[in-house]
Design a protein around this ligand. Sequence first.
Ligand code: HEM
Length: 408
Amino acid sequence: MTLGSISAQIADYANRADPYPLYAELRKTPVRREDDGTYLVSTYYEVRSLANDPRLSNDTSNRPAGYARIGQPAEESGLPPGFIFTDPPVHDRLRDTVNRPFGPPHSPRFLDGLRGELAKVVTELLDAFDGKDQVDIVEDFSYPLPVTAICKVLGVPREDEQRFHGWADALTSELDPHPGGDGGRGKAEQARQDLGAYLSDLIETKRRHPGPGMLSALAPETGPGGSMTPADLEATAVLLLVAGHETTVNLITNTTLTLLRHPDVLKRFQKDPDLVVPLIEEVLRYEPPVQFVTWTTALADIGIAGTTIPQGSPVWLMLAAANRDPRRFKDPDRFDPDRKDNQHLGFYTGIHYCFGAPLARIEAQLALPELFRRVKFSRLLEDPPPYRTNAVLRGPRHLPVAIEGLTP
Ligand code: HEM
């Protein structure tokens, strides 16, 4: 295979359904320079080492002019970047503050408290399958749940949830490395501004009339974890929506697709719903919803795997390629939920390890056992299914399946 610009081939929609042969080719050169000076890192130990290396920055304003500065809002928006696109100490201060109402040690029960409401949403979505002989797993099941979950985390009123879908779609298009001209970025910027205006009103309301959710906990000007400016809070809410929506949609959809392609595992899962825990971890390795991250930059010359990545170079960390590195995972192209020591990179590693991983796990662990307990699946109607254009947040746009019935 001649590689040419392999990043262009990965971005090419023709390769969306099965990018794994390209990743295998890429791993032959663990640290590969593209013609434009971007470095692609694709082997497990190298990705892991760089993700933990303080010389690699998530703040794309460190890039020389001419390279994409993902995650940097336009100046007019008045918003700072979300904390994913910042480095210490700003990153650590914001992440610690946002974590206070979200997880341990200060709020160990917050996410568990959402289980009941999320389970109700799962039940409602599945009830609507009744009488149908065909459903789209994306539209009818995976897509609605994560937006509801994030709205509940933030404390957004249920009647406004619908608007969040459109904003989430527009904002994620910015992460697509070749979204087709400026379409992605322009749409994302508009959504950021509209969502920002909505959130700014909501934060003000929460300041005056606190209710459930993180926005109320973080809205006071001074809190036990230090203060967050309203702009930081807005940027954080935007980040949680972007980072937690399509990723979780894709996890639930990719798991469904993978199970329907592996009837032996599916049979076991239907008999033993507790298999859901290792099953989801294996999907995060085998079909990760975030295939790679394109927003890191070398702050100094970094020597790795016999190559020097020069200061200022954009670095893409190819998580999906690393997850199938045979030096780390035995028989990596095999889907095996019994895999031991499955330290996949689906949620990343290091200081930017996915903030929402516990929530994503709760959603998937609630949704999938119910889906496969209640729905009698007949077959996939399209395999491979049509994918979304995005190569980074990769997942089916639709997953049409024939069904034969629904258990109450
Ligand atoms: C299956 C679903 C998910 C996957 C596969 C996933 C994956 C990832 C990955 C790979 C990163 C690291 C990106 C980087 O720093 O370069 C990340 C970070 C992050 N994720 Fe997730 N994510 C998921 C769900 C969620 C959810 C539900 C939320 C929100 C509640 C969320 C919020 C975040 C945030 C805020 C960060 C930035 C962390 C930091 O910079 O410290 N994610 N996620």
